[in-house]
Design a protein around this ligand. Structure first.
Ligand code: SF4
Length: 581
């Protein structure tokens, strides 16, 4: 029987509660967003006592379902002011689920300012312990010390110094299978919310835990096998397939070829150095340098796709895990840097300070636009990252995200929606993802509706990237994502076979039915996805957001992007159709 764990940081009390009937069939984003809607006043300050941080694993997380080790972390975002959900892999999500925790709600704030705590959860219960010895240090120092103190087989969810300092680009870090601080619920500043609660880390020991009950094992197994078979067959997800060999950064050359790789703060759609930072080059370097370098690494146990990597220094020792598409792009093409050793170092610093790589890379691109460094200046980019680590006034500005950086430095062209930096797809070229950026409940977020699948990759059919009439496409992807991936507990990358192979979608439905004892159909999953998005939109509306916020930056409407020489031509009426009643 799973329970809700509620931790009050004012009284320093952790107690278990029964799961209300309403939440019993929910998981992941569906649950974090519903609890946020039920318990958080939409107009509250995101870093004040009335916001709450909610963590919930997906419905099938902790079972043997493939590629399903995800945890959602939600609340009101200090970066966007909207509702927020960011999810992560790593080892902690499965331990969280196997401890029988349906959701963890962190509320209140410590009476003593600047005081931080650890939350330790095991089969005996949950308790708060002082975190003084772990405060003010980088995560590459903190995580090993936590593992040394609590055992190498615990799972850790924690924040770095950016989260302690309440910087709006702070993410929440989750330990990977080798106990690195490398997996992130990165977006939207949820690390600052955790910091505002005085919670430094959550330590999960699932030894002797109750595990995840499965109501109908036969149905669950049927679904699990169908999804596993589809993942093993699809060209993108199969062992030896694109994601497994060249990782997500395989997209660098693909998106560059499409003329949609944002370059030098979204001034160009092609980067002359793209191949030098591509997934293919990462793979080659891992082979050439040897040592610990590898592709085909897994971020969490039970992943079939294994898209992660460990990137080596020239001597074969580890520089960083992981160099993935968005991060390599943010510090690479977006800052005019064509050197993987430099992008690797910048990603390592993000992992150490505890910040979102997309927000950090775009903020540094904006700082370059402002003249604080020249595009392509690797040393200056590293220096700017160190400002965040040192907590200088400039570091606080950068750490507040790309939009605050732009406003402070007088930059007019900055690529954000609802305050959140855009990821690595140019919306002026790929119009469906532009509509998604504009209309998600979370600010610019490719994972909220990954229309790149049909617009670029030919998954679930092929749709011309330049077509403007894509409200239906964006809506369909947002509704599908909210439940089928973000609430089931699966990594978004199962979407490739799920969109292409009917048996893969059946598999996800049957896995959920097997765990919960429900009789859902694929249509039910879409319906519940729509309900989640509608609930999130209602929260945003009550927080003061209107259709006027469902827009892309003005400069994208008049500044023609090379090489296609196009602007974002999608009319406002098309954007408003996405969530029209
Ligand atoms: S596909 Fe990649 S990101 Fe997703 S769970 Fe597997 S290793 Fe992690």
């Amino acid at each position: 029987m799973s329970r809700i764990l509620r931790v009050n940081m004012t009284d320093l009390v952790a107690k278990f509660e029964e799961v209300p009937e309403k939440y019993k069939l929910m998981g992941g984003r569906g649950l974090t967003s519903t609890i946020t809607c039920d318990e958080v006043p939409p107009t509250c300050h995101p870093l004040g006592a009335n916001n709450k941080l909610t963590l919930a694993t997906g419905i099938v997380t902790g079972t043997s379902a493939p590629t399903s080790g995800r945890i959602s972390i939600g609340g009101k975002s200090p970066l966007t002011g909207t509702i927020k959900e960011a999810n992560s892999g790593g080892t902690a999500p499965q331990k969280f689920a196997r401890l029988g925790i349906k959701a963890l709600i962190v509320e209140g704030q410590p009476k003593e300012k600047g005081k931080f705590w650890l939350l330790k959860v095991d089969k005996e219960g949950a308790r708060l312990l002082p975190a003084d010895e772990f405060v003010g240090k980088g995560l590459y120092e903190t995580f090993p010390r936590i593992f040394k103190k609590f055992g190498q087989d615990v799972g850790v969810i924690g924040i770095g110094i950016a989260g302690e300092r309440l910087m709006s680009m702070a993410g929440i870090c989750v330990s990977d299978p080798e106990n690195r601080p490398s997996r992130y619920a990165g977006r939207g500043g949820m690390g600052a919310v955790m910091g505002s609660k005085g919670l430094k880390a959550i330590i999960l020991n699932d030894k002797g835990g109750p595990g995840v009950p499965i109501a109908n094992k036969e149905v669950f197994d049927t679904g699990r096998k169908k999804l596993t078979a589809a993942l093993r067959e699809h060209s993108i997800t199969k062992p030896g397939g694109a994601l497994n060999t060249t990782g997500t950064a395989t997209l660098i050359n693909v998106i560059n070829e499409a003329g949609a790789l944002p370059t030098r703060n979204f001034r160009d759609g092609r980067f002359e150095g793209a191949n030098k930072i591509s997934g293919e080059t990462i793979n080659e370097i891992c082979k050439q340098r040897g040592g610990v370098g590898m592709t085909g690494h897994s971020c969490s146990p039970g992943c079939i796709i294994r898209c992660s990597n460990v990137y080596p220094k020239p001597d074969g020792t580890e520089l960083v895990s992981v160099q993935e598409y968005e991060s390599v792009w943010a510090f690479g093409a977006n800052c005019g840097i064509d050197d993987l050793d430099v992008t690797g170092e910048l990603i390592r610093l993000c992992n150490d300070y505890g910040v979102d790589t997309i927000e950090a890379g775009v903020a540094i691109g904006v700082a370059m636009e402002a003249g604080l460094a020249k595009f392509g200046d690797s040393n200056k980019a590293i220096e700017l990252m160190h400002e965040i680590g040192k907590g200088t006034p400039l570091g606080y500005i950068l750490g507040s995200g790309a939009e605050i950086t732009a406003r402070t430095l007088g930059v007019v062209r900055y690529p954000t929606t609802k305050g959140q930096a855009m990821p690595a797809y140019e919306p002026r070229v790929i119009r469906g993802i532009g509509i998604t950026y504009a209309t998600t409940t979370m600010g610019a977020d490719h994972t909220a509706g990954y229309t790149i699948s049909p617009e670029i990759l030919g998954v679930s059919g092929e749709i011309d990237k330049f077509i403007l009439e894509k409200a239906d496409l964006a809506r369909k992807f947002q509704h599908t994502t909210a439940f089928t991936f973000d609430s089931s507990g699966h990594c978004l990358f199962i979407s490739f076979p799920v969109l292409d192979t009917p048996s893969a979608l059946e598999g996800v439905v049957e896995e959920c039915n097997g765990v919960l004892g429900t009789s859902w159909t694929a249509d039910d999953l879409i319906r519940m996805g729509k309900e989640i998005v509608d609930r999130e939109r209602a929260f945003n509306e009550a927080a003061g957001f209107t259709r006027a916020h469902d827009r892309l930056p003005e400069f994208m409407k008049y500044e023609k992007l090379p090489p296609h020489k196009v602007v974002f031509e999608v009319p406002d009426e098309e954007l408003d159709k996405v969530h029209a009643p």
